[in-house]
Design a protein around this ligand. Structure first.
Ligand code: MG
Length: 260
């Protein structure tokens, strides 16, 4: 495992000149609505070579671009690759018009509708679980029952938490899955979120860049580092003094990277 480095160390090295600079979001660029130190310099230095590659499962690229612009960070939606959005797009490509028991925040619900994916909580072909802040007891019972009955489950990401504005861990999709897999311990979920290599590979594909011409910066070796390694991209682990320690992916049973 590499030693963690400050963002200033990254900016003073050769990495900002690479053809593509892939960056994690939470705990790397922002923490809640707080822009972390030296991030504006990163945006200024890297320009249109900068990509966000995040396990975010609340936003779409469009809604996140708007949120970042309010924080003074301008990045077009085309250069933002998010786990929740990519999960729905992968399903739409593999199985157009699928009936989904989708548990997600409004931006992803709206995206699913635009993609022609149908919501069906009674007889779904697949459960898709993202960071649904309205998830309640009945929803957990329903997902556990569907998983127990053998309906495939796809998670937007396996992360148990991400840092809030003051560094306090906020619940993520993996924490919801941990509750469900405690009820149905034999249930297995798939996820294309990091540590799977799908998201960094998608950024490279859009950039038209080979893995050797890119670099990935992130704060979590268990997800960012493993995803970068699996995609063949050099990884720099960022040190964020004062930030909450990043936690490893959920211990619930999660396999594979392809949701269909
Ligand atoms: Mg992070």
């Amino acid at each position: 495992m590499t030693d963690p480095v400050r963002l200033t160390y990254f900016l003073n090295g050769p990495w900002p000149d690479r053809a593509a600079i892939l960056a994690d979001l939470d705990g790397c660029l922002i923490s809640g609505d707080t822009v972390l130190p030296d991030v504006p310099d990163l945006f200024a230095r890297c320009g249109d070579r900068l990509w966000i590659v995040s396990n975010n499962s609340s936003d779409t690229a469009e809604t996140l671009a708007v949120r970042l612009a309010r924080l003074g960070l301008d990045l077009p939606a085309e250069r933002i690759v998010l786990a929740g959005e990519m999960t729905l797009r992968a399903i739409q490509v593999a199985k157009p018009g699928s009936r989904l028991a989708l548990f997600a925040d409004p931006p992803l619900q709206a995206l699913a509708e635009r993609l022609g994916l149908r919501r069906d909580l009674d007889r779904p072909q697949m459960v898709v679980l993202a960071r649904d802040r309205s998830l309640d007891f009945d929803d957990i019972a329903r997902i556990a029952a569907l998983a127990h009955a053998g309906v495939p489950v796809t998670l937007a990401n396996p992360d148990p938490s991400h840092p809030g504005a003051d560094g306090t861990p906020q619940p993520e999709t993996g924490a919801l899955w941990a509750a469900i897999s405690a009820i149905s311990p034999r249930a297995v979920a798939t996820s294309l979120g990091k540590p799977a290599p799908d998201l960094p590979r998608e950024a490279l594909r859009r950039a038209g860049v080979t893995p050797g011409a890119a670099v990935f910066i992130g704060d979590t070796p268990e997800t960012d580092g493993r995803a970068a390694a699996a995609a063949g991209i050099e990884f720099l682990r960022l040190e964020r003094p004062g930030a909450a320690p990043a936690l490893p992916p959920s211990t619930g049973r999660i396999t594979g990277a392809v949701p269909c």
